[in-house]
Design a protein around this ligand. Structure first.
Ligand SMILES: NC(=O)c1ccc[n+]([C@@H]2O[C@H](COP(=O)([O-])OP(=O)(O)OC[C@H]3O[C@@H](n4cnc5c(N)ncnc54)[C@H](O)[C@@H]3O)[C@@H](O)[C@H]2O)c1
Length: 442
């Protein structure tokens, strides 16, 4: 063990360790770039040949990772990508960043992790460190990955090392990135933790060590469950405030003046993205396996998943005040990505809102500066986004702000809209002005 471990630690210290990142998406690409930027020979492994080719041409397809940086690193021969998984054998440190979706039954789907791990298992050799970064239930690294690698003749801590480190990257966040977000790292053994901590310490500002991989896995699920539950709480408050005729946003702003014991969360049209709607299910599934019902998670999901319906009710109510039915009304959706400044449509509540409005007979169009086309699964329809103009806005019977991208001039939008449903408080600066009457806020 001492030799393998010391040899890996030496390679990390001298930046001669060769890095492999499996899965070059929102998580994997920024990560492999960070290793390359820190001087490591870094190779990304992708099943999508288009992505691997883009990297090798020096192009980024993730908004937070600049093409200029990718071009420089590829030219410097620090960064490349491949679809040839036999090259895993040459890597000293391999990090798995593949998707972890849910099955239709809302059970965890770890098939991508298994597929990636089978490739790693096939070429596993002494002196390799494997780290799982995909969000998953506590026990995956110990109970699923370790047995696979132990099936080879290689011994944990003698030949190979194994750890889990949750990814906390927040796409679209210009303050926090891979380098300055503290990294939580837990190995399946202390020796594995040592090597994994050393690897991340070479590229991030701060590393937090946990006593096991399970703690690191559970930590990620706590973080995202915390958000899902708190968003559920304010979404329920928003519906309650609507009934009581109180402005939710003003209530939250007032509460946020308390310098301790309160952290503001904001309501919205529903939760989206690959993490917050999915990750809590990984925890509740594991809980169920042990006869434990995670009630907060179920309740938060119930409240959050009803928000698109609530938005449609606000649209119906607003149109009703204008003596118009939803059926036949022109409705313009502003922003469809699941959050501002990104192009990610995964689990976006905009899709549910559009489908519900279409079902009621509305003529729905959308504008999103980041998303040129969307696909509606219910009727397998592709819709192109439209350009904005004074006419487009004023011709709509109702405009619904679903995602508050910064590029939009909300003063202009409000001026031309007949009726505006604001689910993000994007028009806060305008409240109190003459336009307030035509805005309905969540
Ligand atoms: N997106 C986020 O904001 C975020 C934040 C924190 C954690 N996570 C977690 O990180 C993981 C990855 O998420 P993501 O958003 O980067 O997903 P993604 O879909 O953007 O990227 C995953 C990539 O993996 C590739 N892939 C799939 N199977 C593969 C395989 N067997 N071998 C090689 N490549 C393969 C896909 O082609 C894709 O490019 C998930 O577990 C997610 O929950 C995501």
């Amino acid at each position: 063990m001492a030799n393998s471990k010391q040899s890996l630690l030496d390679k990390i210290a001298s930046r001669s360790a060769r890095i492999g990142v499996v899965g070059l998406g929102y998580v994997g690409l920024p990560l492999v770039v960070e290793f390359a930027r820190s001087g490591f020979d870094s190779l990304g492994f992708e099943v999508d040949a288009g992505k691997a080719e883009a990297i090798n041409r020096g192009e980024s397809y993730i908004p937070d990772t600049s093409t200029q940086l990718v071009t420089e690193l590829v030219a410097a021969k620090k960064l490349s990508a491949t679809t040839d998984f036999t090259a895993l054998k040459d890597r000293d440190i391999i990090i798995i960043c593949v998707p972890t979706p849910l099955r239709k039954t809302k059970d965890p789907d770890v098939s991508f992790i298994l597929a990636a791990s089978e490739k790693i298992q096939a070429t596993l050799r002494p002196g390799q460190l494997i780290i799982l970064e995909s969000t998953t239930y506590p026990g995956t690294t110990d109970e699923v990955l370790r047995p696979m690698f132990d099936e080879t003749d290689l011994k944990l801590d003698e030949d190979y090392f194994l750890a889990f480190s949750p990814e906390r990257v927040d796409p679209g966040n210009d303050k926090f990135n891979t380098r300055n977000i503290p990294k939580v790292v837990g190995g399946v053994t202390p020796a594995s933790t040592d090597v994994a901590v050393a690897a991340y310490s070479a590229i991030v500002e701060s590393v937090h060590r946990t006593s096991s991989a399970r703690v690191a896995e559970a930590c990620k699920l706590l973080e995202n469950t915390f958000r899902a539950v708190n968003i559920g709480l304010v979404n329920e408050l928003a519906q309650l405030c609507h009934t009581l005729g109180i402005d939710t946003w003003e209530v939250i702003a007032a509460a946020a003046t308390k310098p301790f014991g309160f952290m503001p969360f904001y309501p919205g049209p529903g939760i989206g993205g690959h993490c917050i709607p999915l990750d809590p299910h990984y925890l509740s599934w594991k809980a169920r396996m042990h006869g434990f019902e995670a009630r907060f998670i179920s309740l938060a999901e119930e409240v959050n998943s009803r928000m698109p319906e609530h938005v449609v009710e606000l649209v119906t109510m607003g149109l009703n005040k204008h003596r118009k039915p939803v059926n036949g009304s022109k409705i313009l959706i502003m922003g469809v990505a699941y959050k501002p400044e990104i192009d990610d449509m995964r689990e976006s509540p905009a899709l549910a809102i559009i489908e519900k409005l279409q079902k009621l007979g509305a003529e729905v169009s959308y504008h999103d500066p980041y998303v040129p086309e969307i696909h509606l699964e219910a009727n397998d329809e592709h819709i192109q986004g439209i350009d904005l103009s004074d006419e487009v806005v004023s011709n709509a019977d109702c405009v619904v702000i679903v995602t508050d991208h910064k590029k939009i001039d909300y003063g202009w939008l409000t001026r031309y809209a007949q009726l505006l449903i604001d689910t993000r408080n994007a028009t806060r600066a305008l409240v109190g002005e003459r336009v307030a009457g035509k805005i309905i806020r969540l």
